[in-house]
Design a protein around this ligand. Structure first.
Ligand code: ATP
Length: 268
């Protein structure tokens, strides 16, 4: 039997939060998160709407900094670096910890330039054609687009656009890829392609995925974190971590009543 301790402790940790509280203005959106994310694994965040899955995800690459009212208390470590320390450059953080969003959002540029653009901005000095090919191959898209690299990225289907966004993310050679409901705008076949891709990508990258689809979490992830939301003293709805364990345990032998209720569809 797999135990939480065996699986999580035997692996190197890439991201770690310590007593993380996340605010929007005075509103405490997410409370007291202590959590380690393991290298070369897929970690899924599940839980009802508003429990703070996306808010927490965006803390890992400082994307919340772009929201004026955002404030974090506590620590977020990337290996041994505190990501919110004053000497940390958020642009470099976002290069090393990339992101794929819910809706595919290619640049209104050619397929080739979608890959080349970010790499050039990040100072890539190698052969761009090779980078374009390697990145598209890693995103399982090369065979479908190799003859039309100069066409607009927006001319692709939704599923292809999402894989182009994944290719764009891997082109800057990140270590972690954050995915915020990456399949929610895709049809079932495109969803399956992206899920297969996630499996392949974890050989090279650490992946954290927010998903509303529990079957998807069960299919793609190694670890699952279940979050819930409670009404705080001030009346706001605050998210918190209920249970975090290997996916197999969360779905087959959850320890918390709320997790049992959620995965059996009794709420959320
Ligand atoms: N930019 C923002 N400004 C103020 N409050 C926000 C902002 N973004 C999110 N919130 C609030 O923070 C809480 C957590 O939201 P978040 O989107 O992280 O939850 P979620 O679990 O990802 O939800 P969903 O599953 O519906 O996407 C919610 O109460 C939400 O209204």
């Amino acid at each position: 039997m797999v135990t939480k301790t065996d699986t999580i402790n035997s692996t190197e940790m890439v991201l770690r939060t310590e007593n993380l509280n996340i605010f929007y203005g005075n509103f405490l959106a997410v409370q007291n998160i202590w959590m380690d994310i393991a290298k070369n694994q897929v970690t899924a965040f599940i839980g009802p709407s508003g429990c703070g899955k996306s808010t927490l995800l965006r803390c890992y690459n400082r994307l919340n900094d772009l929201i004026d009212s955002f404030r974090a208390e506590g620590k977020v470590y990337f290996y041994d670096k505190n990501l919110y320390a004053p000497d940390i450059d958020p642009v470099e953080v976002r290069r090393r910890i990339g992101m794929v969003f819910q809706r595919p959002n290619p640049f209104p540029k050619s397929i080739r330039d979608n890959i080349a653009f970010g790499a050039k901005i990040n100072g890539y000095r190698g052969n761009i054609d090779e980078l374009v090919e390697t990145s598209l191959r890693q995103a399982a898209l090369w065979d479908e687009v190799k003859d039309k690299l100069n066409q607009s990225g927006l001319s692709l289907s939704g599923g292809q656009q999402q894989r182009l966004c994944i290719a764009r993310a891997v082109a800057v050679q990140p270590e972690v890829i954050l995915m915020d409901e990456p399949c929610s705008a895709l049809d079932p076949i495109s969803t399956l392609r992206v899920e297969e891709l996630i499996h392949e990508l974890k050989e090279k990258y650490t992946i954290v995925i927010v998903t509303h689809n529990m079957q998807q979490a069960a299919r793609v992830s190694d670890q699952t974190a279940f979050f819930n939301v409670k009404t705080s003293e001030k009346g706001g709805r605050t998210g918190y971590l209920v249970e975090y364990a290997p996916t197999e345990l969360i779905f087959n032998d959850p320890q918390q009543e709320d997790t049992k209720a959620y995965i059996s569809g009794r709420f959320g």
